[in-house]
Design a binder for this molecule. Structure first.
Ligand SMILES: NC(=O)c1ccc[n+]([C@@H]2O[C@H](COP(=O)([O-])OP(=O)(O)OC[C@H]3O[C@@H](n4cnc5c(N)ncnc54)[C@H](O)[C@@H]3O)[C@@H](O)[C@H]2O)c1
Length: 264
């Protein structure tokens, strides 16, 4: 049984199709209840839907109660819901920063708080998969709130892995760190004008995601392969991340100042 947040669109929808194709039962959730119902109508299998705002701990707690009451167990929790805003760090309004951190960081924290105790109490293998990003490792200019949120998701996930190991818990955690995937993640940036360096840079990243990204279904296939192999680090596009991460680590270890990382 799999619970997926942010399942109405993009990667979450791919994960839902992949879970169902494996014969899993799913609870699909999203803040956009209408889009979620439209998507659920396209699926075959045992599907339960639930409108959830991951920013709200009570909403996520109600989701956990619903999932356990309906199915009696949860094997996989995908803390996948996420948003992205762009702009100059010093110009992004505080409430936009807060929204970004509430969805991407607090959403994951609420998922862990509501599901981990139930998974531990069940005493059987289960897994929490938190969606990070290449942005969990690489700071991108003009995406400060997004990078900050995804660095936080990495720290939370890695800490949780150590804690679960220390507690000898049957529950595991993975961090799923996609590169570009063809989804709607850049929807908040679509209205940006392309007449400043910051807007052009964000627009370029949006174009790479749309034109060079892998499909959500391919991403989901790679994610489930990582789960099957009991991986903590699920890196679906290592050819991009490994190069950039080495550059960054080299810079830091050599005490060189940050430079914009380019693949190759
Ligand atoms: N697309 C990429 O290239 C890419 C790369 C790396 C990581 N990611 C991550 O993958 C995850 C999924 O993003 P996506 O690319 O599929 O984007 P998407 O915009 O297509 O889907 C995100 C979904 O989350 C939902 N959502 C937003 N706020 C929510 C909230 N408060 N509560 C519940 N649901 C909410 C949206 O309604 C949407 O359906 C995100 O965490 C994103 O940061 C995406």
């Amino acid at each position: 049984m799999a619970v997926i947040t942010g399942a109405a669109s993009g990667i979450g929808s791919g994960l839902a199709r992949a879970a169902l194709a494996r014969g899993m039962r799913v609870v699909l959730t999203d803040i956009d209840g209408a889009a979620l119902e439209r998507f659920a109508a396209t699926l075959e299998g045992v599907v339960s839907t639930c409108t959830v705002d991951v920013r709200d701990p009570a909403s996520v707690e109600a989701l956990a109660a619903h999932a356990y009451a309906t199915f009696g167990q949860v094997d996989l929790l995908f803390n996948n819901a996420g948003v992205l805003i762009g702009g100059k760090s010093w110009e992004i309004p505080a409430e936009r920063w807060a929204w970004q951190m509430q969805v991407n960081v607090m959403g994951v924290i609420h998922g862990i708080a509501s599901f981990l105790p139930r998974m531990m109490a069940a005493g059987r293998p289960a897994r929490v998969i938190n969606t990070g990003s290449m942005a969990s490792f690489i700071a991108s200019p003009y995406l400060a709130p997004y990078s900050a949120s995804k660095f936080a998701v990495l720290a939370i996930s890695e800490t949780l892995a150590l804690e679960l190991q220390s507690e000898q818990a049957p529950v595991s955690v993975s961090i799923l760190c996609p590169g570009p995937v063809q989804t709607e993640i850049f929807r908040e940036t679509v209205g940006m004008k392309a007449d400043t360096v910051s807007d052009k840079t964000v627009g370029m990243m949006r174009d790479i995601t749309v034109n060079q990204g892998i499909s959500p279904d391919e991403l989901a296939r790679r994610a489930f392969a990582g789960i099957d192999e009991d991986q903590f680090w699920i890196i679906p596009q290592p050819e991009i991340l490994d190069t950039l991460y080495r550059q960054r680590a080299d810079n830091m270890l050599s005490r060189r100042n940050p430079s914009i990382a380019m693949p190759g």
